[in-house]
Structure formats: structure tokens, C-alpha cells
Design a protein around this ligand. Structure first.
Ligand code: CA
Length: 666
């Protein structure tokens, strides 16, 4: 702490004489030096490379060229000052394969740093690399995306690249790599499909990848890949370049780019869209960051006494509200969407980013493809910006088309996230029914006593587990220390069933389908492969549970009633029905959302004993899902055997009955 403070006290923000008397912290600085061009970084052709840097507080600026990623000596080329604080240099030669950095004179100091707009880097990302992007496309590279008619049709599956194939029995050749996840036909224990084939067999529509931008060397050193190293990657180093440790050759600047593109294409070819987890809320080291080197004081958020704002808990918050930082984030998102064909973006700690930047991202992505998903963690965290400006759940009304992770659903199902032993609805805790109803209604203002944060159901990302905190299985184990494995399994299934039948967008954590455990490790960001990897042995043992998730996804796809497109439809078709404690029952009435069935009746029962659930008098109820939990069915009630979800229906017109029945599970 004291080290940071000393560094900060001697921090040098440049001589205001250079910037017309304006300090980098002045509001007027933004207006005077905003640069709107889209040519920052390098523009390469075989004949010429143009370098452009935004560094208003620099007294001088140079391009440093190197023959290799680690060459000690390079050549320095002076840049010319241009408009709005930019610097420019054109070199008329073919620089493909050359490495570069920018160097700036700030007061008495010279700082060398990687181009923040770099699109390629050498190993560990300490120097930019000049590549011909046209040569980075894999052999098969198509603009076509898998069909998605509405964001509400999405079923998201969160996955870490390394976790997917690093298990010795994954069957993949390129274990832990982008290419490992491109391999079709891999099999594991018992001959089960693994990795890509397994994921494609589930019926999910989107794979959300944990960070695949270049993250810090302190987390994973790309020059020591023969050793086991593991990190989630929430410590951004180069925002516009893929991480090197997942590439087959991190020393070759082309390798990571081409192989990530190949991964995205492989997913697309299997009908899966791909979401990128982006971390624009902080950088891995506020002092060492390329941003702080090039324009000290500008890109990060400061307290009044010039300390870094630390809402992220990572030591520094990015000042997304400052125009050139906002522009950087928006440009970066556009680049990943256009160059890599990403289909969605998940914003880490979105609640630290300003509303205007998030809305600008939504607007620009709509121009590229309005079906691109945008959602994030809208947690409310203190930072050096007015709460009304922050992209938290409380700002949802001003952020149409942007989703928020629903902590309401998560904590209702399995219990408070920070209290390990506290259970939730599925583990039989009393009084969680109303929280579950909020989830079912998609977080919208449904009634006086059922409302959360969302304006529209697409704003609610419903999940029971993700990479953070305990997996649902581990949480259930902690909250139920005397229960049998069989009961726990029913609790877990019920949790997944609530996620996949609630209004909003369902989100699954990889391995949730086979009751993933991290052996009680709550924060596995740098834990071993043993803790983090997808365990294909466990997947083999839990094939019936994998089938259960497949059936749930199929149920959701068969019944548009579970995917109501707006809040008005939810309010007009969803009716909560009376049911005993530890259960929640509701109907989706009158062909909700164009459903083939006239009415659906859904009951989530968390009571482990036999329980009688009354049925509304709407017609003859037929089974659609969960028959194994029904002991007796009568016209006006069903007897359930214990914990589980049951879906019944009053059929619609005879011709549509067949298609509805195809989602039925016997
Ligand atoms: Ca890296």
C-alpha cells in the first residue's frame, strides 16, 4: 500500500504548458483534446505503415521498432504532432513482422508503452506486432451467424477455454488451447462426447468465453507454458489482442489471432454463437498500464486526493466516462464484433462503467447486428462517479436492450452468495417463494409485491451459478450437511429447472449439467486445473443429469410461453397460483407467446415430502415434463413425490398438439 502511495505522490502528469495551461484532470481538457478519428494505432499495408497515437500531454513522441519481441536494441522514429493531441508517423516500407512500441516524453520522464490499440503482440504482450490482418483469417471464415430471432431465445453457457479440454480424458489433442475446442468427435470416459461435441449436444445457443483478450503475465507467463499455470484472466493487459497462452505458439503474433477466429468459426459451424467476457472496468496494474504510461492521469478514475479509485477491488477503476476512454471501449467492442465475429459481450463489473458508454455500445452494435447480446454485472459498487451515471441494475430503465445478471434469482435458488452455509429455495429454506416468483416474472414490475430491477425480461440474465463463488452443487453440499446425494441431486435439478423456465435469458455454468464441483473452492481464479477443469469422468457418471438439462432446454425451445418477448406479455399471461409453502406454482395462460398449448401449469416443489398441489380449473391437464415426480394426478390436484419440477398443459388446437408433445419427457 505504501509503495503505491509513494509512486502516486511522485506521479508526473505532464507540463500543463504543453496543453495550453490545461491539466489532464480538467473538464476542458476533454473538449480540447477529444479525437474522433478511427485510425488510432497502426494502419498497415505492404507499402506503408502509419502510426497514430493520442498523447496530448507528451512533449515528444516516438515509435520504437524492434526486430523481435525481446531484441534489446531498436530504432526510434520521431512522430509529428497532429490535431487534438495526436501524433503521427508514416514509414514507407513493408513492416510486417516488426515489433513496435510508443515512447512519450512526459515532463522530465520518458515512458515506453505498448500501443493501447495494438491488434497483435509478441509473447506476453510487451510489444505490439505489425501484422497483415488479412492473413489472420482461418481457412474457413464466414460472416454467417447461427440464427437467433430474439435475445429471449438465447441459452448461454459460460466456459473457460482451458477448462474445456485440459482433463487428461478430454480426448482433445490440443489440450487447454483454442484449437482443442475446435476438435470435433472427441470422446471421453465411457465413450461420451466431450468438449465441442458435448457442448453442441446440449441445445445451448451461446457459449460465453471467460476472458480471451491478452491478460497479465503475472497471471499466466506465456513463455513458461510447459509449467501448469492457471488463471481466469480478469486482469487485462492488451484489450484488442487475444490471450497467448491458449494459442499453439504464443511467440507467433498470427497464431493467437488465427486460432481464436478458428474457435469462433467452429462454434458457429455447430450452431453456437459466441459471447466475449470483457473487462473494461479495471486494468491489471494502474501504474504500469500502457494507459498510465502514455497519458498519465487520464484513463483511470481518481479520488480527490489523486489516489486510484478502487471499486473493482483490483486497485484501479477505468474512467469510462472520460471521452477518450469511452471511445476506446466502444472502438474495442466494435473491433471484436467486426474482426472476430463475436455475437455478444458480457461486461465484468458493468456497474463501474458509465451508462452513456454502455448505451453507445448498444447503439453501435445495433448498426452491426442488433442480435448481438450485451449484458453484464450491474452490481452497485462505490467508485468516483455519481451512482446515477453508473450502469447498475438501478439504471436499467435508462439502458434498454442491455441485460443484467440477476442476483435475485441466484440467491433465491441456492442461498446468499457470501454466506456459505445459508441455503435457498431448493435446499428447503422457508420463505424464499416470493423471491422465486420474482425470477419467474423476469425481474420486471409484475405486481406490487413482485418486482425487481428489469424493465423488460431480456434485461434479466437468470443464473444459479457462474465462474464466481460456489457451484450450485458445492453450495447445496455446504447448506445440507446431512442430506443424501440423491436428495441433493433433486435440489440441483430443481435449481436448473427454475433457471430454464423463468422469463428472461437463462445462463448455465459449464459443467452445471453434470453437477460440477470445485471441491468447495469458492474463488478458483488461480486454483489448479484439478479444481477448475471440466471433469469428463464426472460427466460420464452424470449422463442422466446431462440428459435432464437437454430436456429442459428442449422444453424451453418447444414452448414460447417460457420466452415471452416483453413485460406486457408477462403481465398479461403469467398468473401465480396458490400452492403450499416450499413450492411455487403458476400458469402461463391463453397460448402465451403463441405457445402451442392453451395453458401451461408449472410447479417447483422444494418440499422433500409428499405434497398435494392444487390445479386451476382451466381444462384437462396433460403431462408435459417431470412425470417421474407425480404420484397421483386428479382433475383438481396432483400429488408430488418430493423435490422437483412438473409442467402440465391444457392442450391447444389438435393440429398444434403434436408439436407441443415433442418436448415431452416421459
Ligand atoms: Ca497474456
Amino acid at each position: 500500500m505504501s509503495v503505491q502511495k509513494d509512486r502516486e505522490m511522485t506521479a508526473n502528469y505532464g507540463d500543463p504548458v504543453i496543453t495550453g495551461g490545461l491539466s489532464v484532470f480538467d473538464k476542458e481538457f476533454d473538449a480540447a483534446y477529444y479525437y474522433e478519428g478511427n485510425d488510432l494505432g497502426i494502419s498497415y499495408s505492404p507499402e506503408q505503415t502509419t502510426f497514430k497515437l493520442w498523447a496530448p500531454t507528451a512533449g515528444e513522441a516516438w515509435v520504437c521498432l524492434y526486430d523481435s519481441w525481446d531484441a534489446e536494441q531498436g530504432t526510434r522514429h520521431r512522430m509529428r504532432r497532429d490535431i487534438n493531441g495526436t501524433w503521427v508517423l508514416k514509414l514507407n516500407e513493408d513492416l510486417e513482422g516488426v515489433y513496435y512500441n510508443f515512447c512519450v516524453q512526459i515532463g522530465e520522464e520518458q515512458h515506453e508503452a505498448v500501443d493501447p490499440y495494438a491488434k497483435a503482440v509478441g509473447v506476453n504482450g510487451d510489444r505490439g506486432a505489425i501484422v497483415d490482418l488479412k492473413k489472420t483469417n482461418p481457412d474457413r471464415w464466414s460472416d454467417e451467424k447461427p440464427e437467433l430471432s430474439s435475445p429471449l431465445d438465447a441459452v448461454i453457457y459460460e466456459l473457460h477455454v482451458r477448462d474445456a479440454t485440459i482433463h487428461p480424458a478430454s480426448g482433445a489433442r490440443h489440450k487447454g488451447k483454442y484449437l482443442g475446442l475446435c476438435e470435433p468427435g472427441t470422446t471421453g470416459p465411457g465413450g461420451i462426447p466431450t468438449a465441442l461435441d458435448h457442448i453442441a449436444s446440449l441445445g445451448v445457443t451461446h457459449v460465453q468465453l471467460l476472458p480471451v483478450f491478452d491478460y497479465s503475465t503475472e497471471s499466466v507467463d506465456e513463455t513458461r507454458l510447459e509449467e501448469e499455470q492457471y488463471n481466469w484472466g480478469y486482469d487485462p493487459k492488451n484489450y484488442n489482442v487475444p490471450e497467448g497462452s491458449y494459442a499453439t505458439d504464443p511467440y507467433d503474433p498470427y497464431s493467437r489471432i488465427r486460432e481464436l477466429k478458428q474457435l469462433i468459426q467452429s462454434f458457429h459451424d455447430r450452431g453456437l454463437r459466441v459471447v466475449m467476457d470483457v473487462v473494461y472496468n479495471h486494468v491489471y496494474d494502474g501504474h504500469l498500464s500502457t494507459f498510465s504510461q502514455l497519458v498519465p492521469g487520464y484513463y483511470l478514475r481518481y479520488t480527490k486526493d489523486r489516489q486510484f479509485s478502487n471499486g473493482s477491488g483490483c486497485g484501479n477503476d477505468v474512467a469510462s466516462e472520460r471521452p477518450m476512454m469511452s471511445k476506446f471501449i466502444v472502438d474495442s467492442i466494435r473491433y471484436w464484433a467486426e474482426e472476430y465475429h463475436f455475437d455478444g459481450f458480457r461486461f465484468d463489473l458493468m456497474g463501474l462503467i458509465d451508462v452513456a458508454t454502455m448505451n453507445e455500445i448498444r447503439k453501435q452494435l445495433n448498426q452491426i447486428d442488433p442480435t448481438i447480446l450485451v449484458y453484464g454485472e450491474g452490481w452497485s459498487i462505490p467508485t468516483e462517479l455519481a451512482p446515477s451515471q453508473l450502469a447498475t441494475q438501478a439504471s436499467a430503465a435508462r439502458m434498454p436492450g442491455i441485460g443484467f445478471f440477476s442476483d435475485c434469482v441466484r440467491d433465491a435458488i441456492k442461498g446468499h452468495v457470501f454466506e456459505s452455509a445459508t441455503g435457498g429455495f431448493v435446499t428447503g429454506v422457508f420463505g424464499k417463494e416470493q423471491e422465486v416468483r420474482k425470477s419467474v416474472a423476469g425481474g420486471i414490475d409484475f405486481s406490487d409485491d413482485i418486482k425487481a430491477f428489469a424493465m423488460e425480461p431480456l434485461q434479466s440474465i437468470n443464473y444459479a451459478e457462474c465462474h464466481d463463488n460456489h457451484t450450485m452443487w458445492d453450495k447445496i453440499v455446504l447448506a445440507t450437511d446431512t442430506e443424501s446425494g440423491l436428495l441433493r441431486r433433486e435440489m440441483h435439478r430443481l435449481g436448473s429447472a427454475i433457471i430454464l423456465t423463468s422469463q428472461g435469458i437463462p445462463f448455465l455454468h459449464a459443467g452445471q449439467e453434470f453437477m460440477r464441483t470445485k471441491d468447495g473452492v469458492e474463488n478458483s481464479y488461480n486454483a489448479s486445473d484439478l479444481v477448475n477443469r471440466l471433469d469428463w469422468d464426472r460427466c460420464n457418471v452424470h449422463q442422466e443429469d446431462v440428459d435432464y438439462i437437454r430436456a429442459l432446454i428442449s422444453l424451453r425451445k418447444t414452448h414460447p410461453a417460457f420466452r415471452l418477448q416483453n413485460a406486457d406479455l408477462v403481465r398479461s399471461h403469467l398468473v401465480f397460483e396458490p400452492s403450499p409453502a416450499h413450492s411455487v406454482a403458476y400458469t402461463l395462460r391463453s397460448h402465451a407467446g403463441g405457445d402451442p398449448d392453451q395453458h401451461l401449469f408449472v410447479v417447483y416443489n422444494a418440499d422433500r415430502n409428499r405434497v398435494r398441489i392444487p390445479l386451476p380449473e382451466l381444462g384437462k391437464w396433460e403431462l408435459r415434463f417431470g412425470g417421474e415426480y407425480i404420484q397421483e394426478q386428479h382433475d383438481d390436484y396432483v400429488m408430488l413425490s418430493g423435490i422437483g419440477m412438473v409442467v402440465l398443459a391444457v392442450a391447444g388446437e389438435p393440429e398444434s398438439r403434436e408439436s407441443a408433445a415433442s418436448g415431452k419427457q416421459e
